[in-house]
Design a binder for this molecule. Structure first.
Ligand SMILES: Cc1ncc(COP(=O)(O)O)c(C=O)c1O
Length: 285
């Protein structure tokens, strides 16, 4: 039986009831987070919980039990008997329940807090062979740095890409590649890594940050500069990254083959280095 967390309680999923007046449902007035459990420990939990707290702060949401966040993540794993399996924990806060009105509820109401854990294994085929991704103009708002559940502008282009057989869609803003619908993107040119700088045009990915530090620790040069779409043909390698997939090589972007059409050697090296770093974070080792 799946056990979820809802507003201070752990309960069977079919007993977790949310009001139709919830602002997450009515407005997408809601933020979320996804962390990965590696069969015994979370990888970079402070990175994820820190970003969740930031998302709440940037959207003016206040949760009185915020200090329990890390404990709840652990308890979701425990109560679902996940232990030695790999999983994700999904966690969400909405501005709460109030009659529909654009203004924040006054007086403020408690946020709705929901979380679940789900077994999840990495897509090893994609990580091994690489994927094709599709490039399209970025239809999203100006605060892509906030991890909000208002994801329709991610979902629609993603579905279009998916229907054409692409594994991800990546967005273009002002002629530059920003990020994927649910991933960040890196390029390799002349043995240096290029990725979009941290600003309002991208979500600051926890995987992105860890890749940058692992790369720098291993003397790989990292340039936090956006890549113009007309430079894509000159890139030797590309990869996308996120919590659920780690590093996935990109072998084609729309109809442009990247490098020789196979995962690049630096991409392969970073896959290994990131995995080693993740394993080195296992407190039971
Ligand atoms: C828009 C977007 N960018 C980047 C990422 C990658 O972030 P992370 O590495 O923290 O999973 C995600 C993850 O879902 C995302 O939704």
């Amino acid at each position: 039986m799946e056990v979820v967390y809802l507003n201070g309680q752990f309960l069977p999923k079919d007993q977790a009831l949310i009001s139709p007046d919830d602002r997450g449902f009515l407005f997408g007035d809601s933020v979320y987070e996804v962390a990965r459990w590696y069969g015994g420990y979370f990888f970079d939990l402070p990175g994820h919980t820190g970003r969740f707290r930031r998302s709440m702060k940037e959207t003016n949401m206040v949760w009185e039990d915020e200090a329990k966040l890390e404990e709840i993540f652990e308890e979701l794993i425990e109560r679902n008997g996940i232990g030695a399996d790999c999983a994700i924990v999904y966690f969400q806060a909405t501005r709460g329940v109030a009659p529909r009105n654009h203004a924040f509820p006054d007086p403020p109401v408690k946020p709705t807090i929901y979380g679940f854990a789900r077994r999840h294994n990495i897509n090893t085929l994609a990580a091994e062979r690489g994927v094709a991704i599709w490039l399209t103009p970025d239809p999203r708002w100006n605060r892509c740095d906030i991890k909000t559940t208002a994801l329709i502008a991610n979902v629609l282009p993603y579905q279009e890409a998916h229907d054409q057989g692409f594994a991800e869609v990546c967005f273009v803003r002002n002629g530059f590649v920003t990020e994927g619908a649910h991933s960040n993107i890196f390029f390799v040119r002349n043995e240096a890594l290029y990725t979009h700088p941290e600003n309002n045009d991208i979500l600051s990915g926890i995987t992105r940050k860890n890749i940058i530090s692992v790369a720098r620790a291993n003397d790989v040069s990292v340039v936090e500069e956006a890549v113009a779409t007309d430079m894509i043909p000159y890139m030797n390698e590309a990869f996308i990254c996120n919590t659920t997939g780690e590093i996935v090589p990109v072998t084609r972007i729309s109809d442009q083959v990247i490098g020789d059409g196979n995962p690049g050697h630096l991409t392969r090296k970073l896959q290994v280095l990131l995995r080693e770093f993740i394993q080195s974070c296992d407190p039971h080792r």
